[in-house]
Design a protein around this ligand. Sequence first.
Ligand code: ARG
Length: 269
Amino acid sequence: MKKILSMALAAAMVMSMTVNAAAAEVSTVEAGKLYMATNAAFPPYELVADDGTFEGIDVEIATAIAEKLGLELVVDDMDFTAVVTSVQTGKDDIAMAGLTVTEERKQNIDFSDTYATGIQVIIVTEDSAIATVDDLEGKLIGCQEGTTGYMYCSDDYGEENVVAFPNGANAVQALMTGKVDCVIIDNEPAKAFVAANEGLKILDTTYVVEDYAIGVNKENPELLAAINGVLKEMIEDGSVKAIVDKYINAGTEEETAEETAEETTAEAK
Ligand code: ARG
């Protein structure tokens, strides 16, 4: 009995040591904290809630990662153009901003494994003559400054045909007032902006497909490894999917209508 007990005790000690080791191994900008650089104008990945707190898919995944590493998440909201630099210069620990992995950004920061896919889509007004990517030649395109959407559009259609806005909502506003002919932005924020404004639609055409990942300072491979470990766990146990579903797949109008229909049928029976 004594032997079993002491074995169990030893096992427990080893386990708690491994857990603590994972947390103790990573060094962060401020001890006990995990600073996340983001631009909280990108629903449903990061946004400011009505009560002024930060929410969204990235915020929730980052909170869970921080917790698993024994750290407290601190959201550092800034212009999107500053997000990568903030991690590169050591002001923040991670960049999480629906941030696309690109070769150019890889020169400045390391990227974790990917946790989501982004698709660059085209938003137009309902009466627009633009129907596909082929119609964009010579049109004025609105984008968020510093984004991959902006980079691709200026490469493909010429810088003089692309207008950079501080955030996606500003670009959409310019589309509503006829200052640009379309907006190119990631699909989920596009859906959110179209839902929030009358008279807009997303074209059924894909411009570019990309991977989102977490940016980490190149001098902190321990943090990168720890994040990848936690991410893998969270993908395997379904917690990443649960967070994504909460913001994207759940509570859509169609589903609600379907549910209501089902309930009605159930009641009628
Ligand atoms: N995925 C695009 C990029 O990496 C846009 C991201 C914009 N994110 C934001 N939080 N505003 O360039």
